[in-house]
Write a protein that binds this ligand. Structure first.
Ligand code: S3P
Length: 749
């Protein structure tokens, strides 16, 4: 499916509009174009005089006739005929058009099935002529007839056009402009794709609604039944009041696609029936939780928002202004790395895993959805609480479609370790950023274990096929990466023998810790070796996810650079393999204290108190780089506000994160007036007064949040474009920043 761009019609897109069939669909096109002055004249061709009078009386058309014959001769280039008769009546209208109308006139339609209309065009013309552009507005109402015509019916709705290669560009452009004038978004797809999609999403629900009401009204036979029907019945059956003739035509015209999806539905319903009969609670929960997740996603789409902006930002720009000192205490959302791992281990463990504090962000929800797609029953998340009914090491099932992981690098790399060992095939895909990130680092060792992985140039999509053998390896990590290490430890669960991974630098050890909690201890040896024994079944358990240190780091830096600040961030994960940024900031002179040290879910936690303090530039010790890898965007802002120069080297990995963080942070800081010297593996940043500017996140959540917080120390506002990516890791960023007293706003773009 592709989106059609703005056509070039500076004035009215339609000269004369002729609508054949003034029901709800045709009448609404005519009334809408008239109301918006988007056509010179609107003419209706109707079945009877009553409809003609009503259409004139209501201002739906300027003229109305009972036959096309009356106007055919006056039509020419720039005019549009819109066919809006019931699907099975289209063919006879097309014969009239062929006999009476010039081929210069643009002809389009609004029928819900495109294959049958295309057949009718070929029956009438012998081919699909270049002036005929088939289309379908995805809008309607259970009301029908010209009296229901609504000039705003198509506002913010989608229209699908199904042009052929032979269709004239000027005709496509005219029809596109006509729909856009009505406020619709115009998309294009093939006839077969259209009929398949609509068969499932529109025609099937209508068939089910009619059948359900018919069952209640006739088959159950209790005369009082509708008396007790409430909102659920009303919502579910509204479309059973739609025009029966129209739907009779649609079901017949799209018979093949409707039967295909109806069979699948009947099959699902029979399994549900069986689940109810057997009182199989887990099966029922599986169906209901999957359906709820899918429907909630759809509701957000309906609200015109993606998952991103519904849970985080309602627009893509944020603005931060210098203001008061930061005060207050709060708990940042759950740790992203730990959330991913808890979902993964809970899914492949035996029995129930209950997670609290799960991060509900784009990235972690992508992991959750991937396991649902592989048949795992997951209840939640609701306020960070999730119950996973683990299926055991070998219990995952083949997903119906590629697993879409959005922006989530951790998900892609860790999941690959699990997928490489399965006996079914899967493909993982992601957004543009994830698709550009290097995957060779996991492909190479997984192949050495025997995995069968297909990928173009070591990037996503990756396709895993059933491996003939899957054996343990000894693998010295060629780079400091917790993702590669974790991928291989997870793969090692499935391998024959003992998988050993050797790391020379410290990277986050959440996988090692959590595997222990699930009953599969990871042994560690001299020289950084870690070992996992294949075939060990994991046992479901409780996981309490601490606050994400990487999210906290933004507020730690914010308080450190804003005079007078004093904040407390509660219950933050302070695993030493993650907190290199605390060491760096302390070397710079930051005033940070860890209070209430304890543990949660096998991880050290603490409350972090941060007070403003003047910072000094330093040379960052390279041994701290791998323990603070995600915090550099925030640390660069601290460096920009420090006295003197801060030098970072040994951090080339920052170039292959969600974006090239060295290049993008350097660009942002330069725009803010900071003196930045960019190196192959680091930055030299000289602290200087910052100026307000408009900067870009490059689609990277951490770049967006870091640059926004520079606005605490600029002389004017900092506006960060493309900030919706923040929802990858920290959907509540704006809300929490406000709670701390930061002057931050979302700008509705
Ligand atoms: C992560 C590891 C790090 C980090 C990423 C999360 C993890 O990536 O940058 O945000 O959860 O294992 P690398 O292993 O590629 O350094």
């Amino acid at each position: 499916m592709s989106s059609i761009s703005e056509p070039e019609f500076s004035q009215q897109p339609v000269r004369k509009l002729v609508v054949i069939g003034l029901g709800l669909i045709g009448g609404s096109v005519s009334a809408g174009l008239r109301q918006r002055h988007a056509c010179q004249e609107a003419i209706g061709i109707v079945r009877d005089q009553v409809t003609a009078s009503l259409a004139l009386e209501r201002g739906v058309v300027d003229r109305a006739y009972l036959s096309l014959n009356e106007v055919a001769a006056e039509l020419g280039e720039g005019d549009v005929i819109f066919i809006a008769v019931p699907t099975l009546a289209v063919e006879s209208v097309l014969h009239d058009i062929r006999a009476q109308v010039s081929a210069a006139v643009t002809v389009t339609d609004g029928a819900s099935v495109k294959g049958s209309v295309r057949d009718a065009v070929i029956a009438a013309f012998g081919e699909v002529p270049s002036n005929i552009v088939l289309g379908h507005p995805i809008a309607g109402s259970e009301q029908s007839g010209v009296a229901a015509a609504n000039p705003s019916l198509y506002q913010k709705h989608r229209v699908i056009l199904t042009p052929e290669t032979s269709t004239g560009a000027q005709h496509i452009a005219r029809v596109t402009a006509m729909w856009q004038a009505l406020g619709a978004e115009v998309l294009s797809m093939s006839v077969s794709e259209h009929d398949e999609v609509l068969g499932a999403t529109s025609h099937l629900p209508h068939a089910i609604a009619y059948s359900l009401v018919d069952t209640l009204a006739h088959d159950i036979g209790n005369p009082n039944i509708f008396r007790y029907a409430a909102g659920g019945f009303r919502d579910f059956t509204r479309i059973a009041s739609s025009d029966p003739t129209m739907w009779h035509d649609i079901m017949r015209a799209n018979r093949g696609a409707v039967l295909h999806s109806l069979d699948k539905f009947v099959d699902n319903l029979l399994r549900l029936r069986d689940g109810i009969e057997r009182e199989d609670g887990e099966y029922l929960l599986g169906v209901f939780t999957r359906a709820k997740a899918a429907r909630d996603h759809f509701t957000r789409m309906l609200a015109g928002s993606t998952l991103k902006d519904s849970i985080a930002l309602s627009a893509s720009k944020i603005c931060v202004k210098p203001g008061a000192a930061l005060q207050n205490h709060l708990r940042v959302p759950g740790d992203k790395s730990i959330s991913h791992r808890a979902i993964m281990l809970g899914s492949i463990a035996q029995g129930k895993t209950v997670i609290d504090g799960l991060l509900e962000s784009e990235d972690s929800l992508a992991t959750l959805q991937a396991f649902r797609d592989m048949g795992v029953v997951i209840d939640g998340p609701a306020n960070g609480h999730v119950t996973i009914y683990g299926v055991g090491l070998r219990g995952l099932s083949a997903p119906q479609k590629p697993l879409y992981l959005g922006n989530a690098g951790t998900s892609a790399r860790l999941l690959s370790g699990i997928l490489a060992a399965q006996t079914f095939s899967t493909t993982i895909t992601g957004d543009a950023s994830l698709s550009a990130r290097p995957m060779g680092r996991i492909i190479e060792p997984l192949r050495a274990m025997g995995a069968s992985i297909h990928s173009e140039s070591d990037n996503l999509p990756l396709t895993f096929s059933s491996a003939k053998r899957f054996s343990a390896i000894d693998y010295p990590l060629p780079l400091a990466s917790a993702q590669v290490k974790s991928c291989l430890l997870l793969a090692g669960l499935y391998a024959n023998g003992i998988t050993r991974v050797r790391q020379t630098q410290i990277t986050r050890d959440h996988t090692e810790r959590m595997l222990g909690g699930f009953g599969c201890p990871v042994r560690s040896g001299q020289d950084g070796w870690l070992a996992v024994t294949g075939g060990t079944e994991l046992q479901g358990c409780r996981v309490d996810v601490p606050g994400d240190f990487s999210s906290a780091a933004f507020f730690i830096v914010a308080a450190s650079i804003t005079p007078g600040s004093d904040i407390l961030l509660e219950h933050v994960g302070v695993n030493p393999s993650r907190t290199g940024a605390l060491d760096i900031l302390k070397l710079m002179g930051a005033n940070i204290e860890l209070l209430n040290l304890g543990t949660a879910g096998g991880e050290p936690v603490a409350d972090i108190r941060v007070r403003y303090s003047e910072l000094q530039g330093i040379t960052i010790p390279t041994e701290l780089v791998s323990r603070s890898i995600d915090e550099f965007p925030a640390l660069f802002i601290a460096a920009a506000c420090a006295q003197g120069c801060t030098e970072l080297s040994g951090a080339a990995e920052l170039r292959v994160k969600e974006s090239d963080r060295l290049a993008n942070m350097a660009a942002g800081l330069t725009a803010l007036g900071v003196n930045v010297d960019i190196r192959a593996d680091g930055l030299h940043i000289t602290g200087s007064p910052l100026r307000g500017a408009e900067v870009d996140s490059a689609g990277d959540h951490r770049v967006a949040m870091a640059l926004a917080l520079a606005g605490l120390r600029t002389d004017g506002a900092v506006i960060v474009n493309n900030a919706e990516c923040i929802a990858s890791s920290f959907p509540d960023f704006v809300t929490q920043a406000k709670q701390l007293g930061i002057s931050i706003e979302v700008i509705d773009s």
